[in-house]
Each structure stands twice: as structure tokens, then as C-alpha cells.
Design a protein around this ligand. Structure first.
Ligand SMILES: [Zn+2]
Length: 322
């Protein structure tokens, strides 16, 4: 067989034709939709009337630090990195918001780092522009949770909103957690910074922010799901195309996949409730595999959209490329 799967798919072959070639079932890739690179770091898949576009906000490299994985030794972490063909002294953290076009709306899920992190980040607007998407054409920005790397791109240092026409949506339990003054004031000063940052970003628009209970359809075609653990109101999303093809955006249900997808019981230092996060990670991974969903994640490798498969006692993420 010399034809590539992609060739078969772009040739418009049906599932029946794939079955006839013997390819269906032998590789999960056989059911992948064609992926289009709109620009470097911008990959779009067409789910059938619904477009899902992973848009890189850049990445950050950090030394591998003791304590980054709470419940694994440095040696085990380095072995996992080596196993995945990655450097063992540095970890690269990608940031990948997801643009969904459904029901005549452009919906951005999470907003990147904006002007508030390293110069290798904050690339969302630039990459959207390269893909032909103007910031003022975004109808809604929906947040998975309120950590700085997800919300800081909403408002710049001067205070201007970067998506001026977008309605903003935040999970209610997430809002309630961060906006609780009593909780904030009871913490040591250093731990109050994340709370103050949420107030900086959302305070001036608090009256306009729409809150939603995880589990509801936030906008037509955008289904939310509770995915608590990473934070108190951490939320995942599912979209479905006409063909029945589904995509799950699991946000920070896992940090970098070489560590936490392959070892789903490992806990990243950023998980607020490590045991709840572990259960969420496994529940969502099993769901994606069972329902043959494409998976997108904010800190996953490559394009940030791909497939999960079971691997040993964990999973493996394989990103799509164009
Ligand atoms: Zn994050």
C-alpha cells in the first residue's frame, strides 16, 4: 500500500473505501479529518460544518525542577523525558488556545499570555492575524479556568481589551473561587498574586462577564463539561461536527504529555487538588478514546490537536500535522 492515509482522505474516499484497503482499524489516524496549516503554529481541522483551529501563543522553556512533578522522583521524570525523545534538563511548555467556528460564531477558548510572560509567548494575536482572523471578529472568549497563562491575553498592560467585540464567559465555580476576597485575604501575600491578577483582568468588566455552570451548552454547539481538580472550576469542552466527529478540549487536564499523559497518575505542581485532577485526567482520556474524539489541550505537544491511545498503564498523545 503506497497511498498515504491523508492522500486517501483528501481524495474524498469513504469509510467503505478505507475498509476495502484494509486501513480502517489498523491505525487510529484512519479516521482523522484532513488538517490544514493556516500559518506556522496554526492548525485547523474541519469537523463537518465546525472548524477547530489550534492557535499557538508560543512556548516557554524552563529547567527541569525538583517538585515540578509532586509524586515522582527527578530520575523518573528524566527517564520519561528521555523515553519521549526530549531533552532531560529542560521542559518546553507550549500554550495553545483553541478557536472554534460553529453556528456562525467565532469562539476563542482561552486567551494566551498576552504581554505578561516571556518574549517567546504572547503570540496569539500575531498568529491569528497570520491565519486571517482579526481580533475584532472574535464573538466570544470562553475560559477553561483563570490561571494567568490562560487569561492574561484578554487585556494588555495599558488596560485595553484585545478582543473588543467578544462576550466573555467564565465557569461559575472558577469565578466564585478567585473572586472570594475572604479566601484571598487568608492567604500569604505571595499566593494572593493569582487572585489579584484575576481582578486585574476581569474587574473592569465584571458586570458583563457571563458565568456558566460546567455541564451546560455555553453557546450553540459548544458543550462544557466539569473537569475539576487542576482548579476548583476547571472546565473542558466538546464540539461535534455534522459527520458526528467530535473534539474534546481538555485544557489543563494534563500538562506536557510526555510526563502526564504517559503517566496520568503523576501530579503537576500546579494542580490545586491532585487527586481530583488525576481522576479527571483518566476520565477524560478514557472518554476521548471510547468515543473516538480528537483531543486538544492547552499544553499538549506539536499542533496541540491529535489522538490519544492507551499505552501501558497510561496513554500516548499523537499530534496531527498538516
Ligand atoms: Zn495552563
Amino acid at each position: 500500500m503506497t497511498l498515504s492515509r491523508r492522500h486517501l482522505l483528501t481524495a474524498g474516499s469513504s469509510l467503505a473505501a478505507l475498509m476495502a484497503t484494509g486501513l480502517a482499524g489498523c491505525a487510529t489516524g484512519a479516521t482523522n479529518p484532513a488538517a490544514r496549516a493556516l500559518a506556522p503554529g496554526v492548525l485547523q481541522v474541519d469537523l463537518g460544518g465546525v472548524l477547530a483551529t489550534a492557535v499557538s501563543d508560543g512556548s516557554l522553556q524552563r529547567p527541569v525542577a525538583e517538585g515540578f512533578v509532586r509524586n515522582a522522583s527527578m530520575a523518573a521524570v528524566q527517564a520519561a523525558l528521555r523515553d519521549a525523545g526530549l531533552p532531560t534538563d529542560q521542559i518546553t511548555f507550549p500554550y495553545i488556545p483553541l478557536l472554534i467556528e460553529t453556528g456562525g460564531r467565532r469562539i476563542l477558548i482561552d486567551a494566551g499570555n498576552g504581554e505578561f510572560s516571556a518574549p517567546t509567548t504572547g503570540k496569539l494575536l500575531e498568529n491569528l492575524a497570520k491565519a486571517g482572523v482579526a481580533a475584532d471578529s472574535i464573538d466570544a472568549v470562553v475560559f477553561s479556568h483563570l490561571h494567568g497563562d490562560h487569561i492574561n491575553g484578554l487585556r494588555n498592560r495599558a488596560g485595553a481589551l484585545m478582543f473588543p467585540k467578544a462576550q466573555v464567559y467564565v465557569p461559575t465555580p472558577e469565578w466564585n473561587w478567585w473572586m472570594d476576597d475572604q479566601r484571598m485575604n487568608a492567604l500569604p501575600e505571595a499566593q494572593q498574586a493569582a487572585f489579584r491578577n484575576v481582578r486585574r483582568v476581569f474587574g473592569p468588566i465584571a458586570q458583563q462577564v457571563r458565568r456558566f455552570e460546567p455541564g451546560v451548552e455555553v453557546l450553540p454547539g459548544l458543550q462544557s463539561m466539569p473537569a475539576f481538580g487542576h482548579t476548583a472550576g476547571h472546565t473542558a469542552f466538546v464540539v461535534q461536527g455534522r459527520s458526528g466527529r467530535k473534539l474534546l478540549f481538555w485544557a489543563d487536564a494534563s500538562n506536557v504529555d510526555a510526563l502526564f499523559v504517559r503517566n496520568p497518575d503523576w501530579a503537576v505542581q500546579f494542580d490545586a487538588d491532585p487527586e481530583a485532577a488525576r481522576q479527571t485526567r483518566r476520565r477524560l482520556a478514557d472518554l476521548a478514546i471510547r468515543e473516538n474524539m480528537l483531543l486538544a489541550g492547552y499544553h499538549l505537544s506539536g499542533s496541540g490537536i491529535g489522538r490519544l491511545a492507551v499505552r501501558g498503564s497510561g496513554y500516548e498523545f499523537t499530534p496531527l500535522s498538516a
